[in-house]
Ligand binder design. Structure first.
Ligand SMILES: O=P(O)(O)OC[C@H]1O[C@H](OP(=O)(O)OP(=O)(O)O)[C@H](O)[C@@H]1O
Ligand SMILES: O=c1cc[nH]c(=O)[nH]1
Ligand SMILES: [Mg+2]
Length: 209
C-alpha cells in the first residue's frame, strides 16, 4: 500500500489546531511548516547512510554515519505547497527546490499548469512533492506525470490532508509512488473541497480572500 497515514501524536495535535475556524494566517503558516518538517522525517526513513571516519572531539578517530549519495529536490506545488517548504528545508537544507505551478480550475476541478522550473539532474534525485491538500488528485497526478517525464524515478508525496477519492486516483495512476499524509479525511464535498479538511489552504497560507 502506497499510503502512509502518519499517526504520530505531534502530527495529529498540530493538524487538529489547523482545522479550527478563524485560525490566523500566522498560526496556519507555522503549523503547515511544522507538519512539513515532521512528514519529511517520516518520508525519509529509508534513506541510506554510510560509515566514514572523522576526528572526534578528543583527537581520536571515530566512525560516524552520513547520508549516502542522496540528491534531493523538494517540489512545492504553487501556491499552497510553499507553505510547507521551510519546514522541509529545515531538515534537508541542501536540497534543491523545483517549483511547479498548478491551480485547480474552480468549475471543472481540472489542474491548469502555469509554471515549471526544475532542478538539474532530476533523473538522479529523490523528489519530495509537497502540497497541503490532495483533493480530487488531479493536481498531484499532473505533477507526478511531469516529474516522471523528466526522468525522475524516486518520488514521494507529502500532503497534510488527503481525500479518499484523490488517493484512489493517484495510486491508480502512479502505484509506485508513496503518499505520506497527516490525515485521510472523509470525502470531497460538492465543490471538490475536502471535509472536514482545512478549507482553502492556499488562501489561508497567503492571507488572501
Ligand atoms: O487534488 P485537486 O482536486 O487537484 O486539488 C488540490 C489542489 O488544490 C489546491 O490548490 P489551488 O488550486 O487552490 O491553488 P493555490 O495553491 O494557488 O491556492 C491545493 O493546494 C492543491 O494544489
Ligand atoms: O479542500 C481543499 C481542496 C482543494 N484545495 C484546498 O485548498 N482545499
Ligand atoms: Mg487554493
Amino acid at each position: 500500500m502506497a499510503l502512509h497515514q502518519i499517526q504520530h501524536p505531534l502530527i495529529q495535535h498540530k493538524l487538529g489546531l489547523m482545522r479550527a475556524a478563524g485560525i490566523s494566517t500566522k498560526s496556519f503558516r507555522e503549523l503547515a511548516n511544522e507538519l512539513g518538517c515532521l512528514l519529511t522525517y517520516e518520508a525519509t526513513k529509508d534513506f541510506k547512510v554510510e560509515a566514514h571516519s572523522i576526528e572526534g572531539w578528543d583527537g581520536s578517530t571515530i566512525e560516524v554515519q552520513r547520508l549516502k549519495g542522496k540528491k534531493v529536490t523538494v517540489v512545492p506545488i504553487l501556491r499552497a505547497g510553499i507553505g510547507m517548504l521551510d519546514g522541509v528545508l529545515d531538515l534537508i537544507p541542501s536540497a534543491k527546490v523545483s517549483v511547479v505551478g498548478l491551480y485547480r480550475d474552480e468549475e471543472a476541478l481540472e489542474p491548469v499548469a502555469y509554471f515549471e522550473k526544475l532542478a538539474g539532474e532530476m533523473q538522479q534525485r529523490t523528489a519530495l512533492v509537497i502540497d497541503p491538500m490532495l483533493a480530487t488528485g488531479g493536481t498531484m497526478i499532473a505533477t507526478l506525470d511531469m516529474l516522471k517525464e523528466k526522468g525522475c524515478k524516486d518520488i514521494r508525496v507529502l500532503v497534510l490532508v488527503a481525500a479518499p477519492e484523490g488517493v484512489k486516483k493517484v495510486t491508480a495512476a502512479h502505484p509506485d509512488i508513496p503518499i505520506y499524509t497527516a490525515a485521510l479525511d472523509q470525502k470531497l464535498n460538492e465543490h471538490g473541497y475536502i471535509v472536514p479538511g482545512l478549507g482553502d489552504a492556499g488562501d489561508k497560507i497567503f492571507g488572501t480572500r
